[in-house]
Design a protein around this ligand. Structure first.
Ligand SMILES: *Cc1c(COP(=O)(O)O)cnc(C)c1O
Length: 398
């Protein structure tokens, strides 16, 4: 008989009886070996099993496998997914696994802000030089690839913030192959429900699962999904393990919980965004509406070709510039002012007075962030409530 004290201290045996209906969370840093032989076999890879949660955790791996399956759904492609601690973590881990000093990355000017900064402030100092160009211009992109054989990564995002500009996934993937560069895409906005870049030829997809995939704004996580299974298992997994960019089981579990309603939410985000776009297009305070279903969006046809839906992100331009933007934002009562996107409720951002306040005006305007631009992550509420709120805010600026 052990002491009262020791009984308190010791772990209990896991109650494995009937299977849990819902994915269990494994909040454990390490795993126990039955005996020394099993320990050796698992450490050397002879037997499948878990060792330490930074290397792999059952909850995290189950969710990563589901995300990878969705990304190649409908094709006979096999993909491997590794969940990490955030969307930024997915991008940095992928770059660490694929690039070395002396390599270059070719990308676009209108990337997610954090990605541009990561390339300019971190990877540039490590000897990986970014080149930013207009990837919509395929001839120019090919010329740059031809002139720079050290470009090892073609990295893009489509549709991109804030104007929903698109690039041609199939054409860029083919250029990457032709010039020996990996292709990787940030597929956060459309999710695999509306866009499947691996099927269109891309090597890697990354997501901030924080956004639409979770959809409820209660976790930060990311995922890297790739088709080269050996490269994923060796290089990407090793980078994740050694840089310590692993996802924790709680955030993976929350992501999975949100994922269950992905299709219902995306369909509703899209239906609401379409109605809102039609309302805004007719408003006399609005100069321009950027939503991919609108036939006057410059990338409407490309989006139609490579996406199966237009998603829930849109932006619009107020005629009255900064002043109108600030007045509009401060008059909203129902919609939420927040810098994130992809949650169930409608989230609004005025980049010129908020996220891009400190960015040089000429530079932000080059990327479509004009003074009167409002970005909307259209939620899944009743669309009449979203439109009524915007309508009363519009009246306040007249
Ligand atoms: C939010 C976001 C990221 C970064 O993701 P985190 O989970 O915040 O690290 C990357 N790309 C896009 C398009 C995003 O919206």
């Amino acid at each position: 008989m052990h002491s009262f004290h020791s009984i308190c201290v010791k772990e209990v045996d896991a109650p494995v009886t009937t299977k849990s209906h819902i994915l269990p969370i494994y909040p454990t840093s390490s795993f126990v070996f039955e005996n020394i032989e099993q320990g050796i076999d698992i450490f050397t890879g002879k037997e499948q099993g878990h060792v330490y949660s930074r290397y792999g955790n059952p909850t995290v791996e189950a969710v990563a496998a589901k995300l990878a399956a969705l990304e190649v759904y409908g094709s006979d492609i096999e993909a491997n997914g590794i969940m990490v601690s955030s969307g930024m973590s997915a991008i940095s881990t992928l770059f660490m696994a694929t690039l070395k000093a002396g390599d270059k990355v070719l990308s676009q000017g209108n990337l997610y802000g954090g990605t541009t900064e990561l390339l300019q402030k971190i990877f540039k100092n490590l000897g990986v030089e970014p080149i930013f160009t207009n990837l919509r211009d395929l001839d120019q992109t090919e010329t740059i690839l031809k002139e720079n054989p050290t470009i090892k990564m073609l990295y893009f995002e489509t549709p991109a913030n804030p104007t929903l500009a698109c690039v041609d996934i199939q054409a860029l993937s083919a250029l990457g192959k032709k010039y020996g560069a990996w292709t990787a895409i940030d597929n956060t906005f459309p999710t695999p429900y509306f866009q499947q870049p691996l099927i269109l030829g891309c090597d890697f997809v990354i997501h901030s699962t924080t956004k639409f995939l979770n959809g409820h704004g209660n976790s930060i996580a990311g995922v890297i999904i790739g088709k080269d299974l050996a490269f994923m298992q060796e290089k990407v997994w090793t980078a994740m393990k050694l840089a310590g960019t692993n996802c924790n089981p709680w955030d993976a579990w929350l992501t999975h919980n949100g994922l269950k309603t992905l299709t219902l939410r995306m369909d509703r985000h899209q239906a609401n965004a379409t109605e809102l776009a039609n309302y805004l297009k007719e408003h006399n305070q609005v100069a321009q509406v950027n939503y991919l279903s609108l036939s006057d969006h410059p990338d409407h046809l490309l989006a139609k070709q490579q996406m199966s839906g237009y998603g829930g992100m849109m932006s619009f331009e107020l005629k009255g510039g900064i002043k109108a933007g600030v007045k509009f934002m401060s008059s909203l009562k129902f919609c939420t002012l927040a810098p994130t996107l992809g949650d169930t409720d409608t989230l609004i951002l005025h980049p010129a007075s908020m996220s891009h306040k400190n960015v040089d005006k000429a530079m932000r305007e080059r990327n479509g962030i004009t003074d009167g631009l409002i970005r909307v992550s259209v939620g899944i509420e009743s669309v009449e409530d979203i439109i009524a709120d915007m309508d009363q805010a519009m009246s306040s600026i007249q």
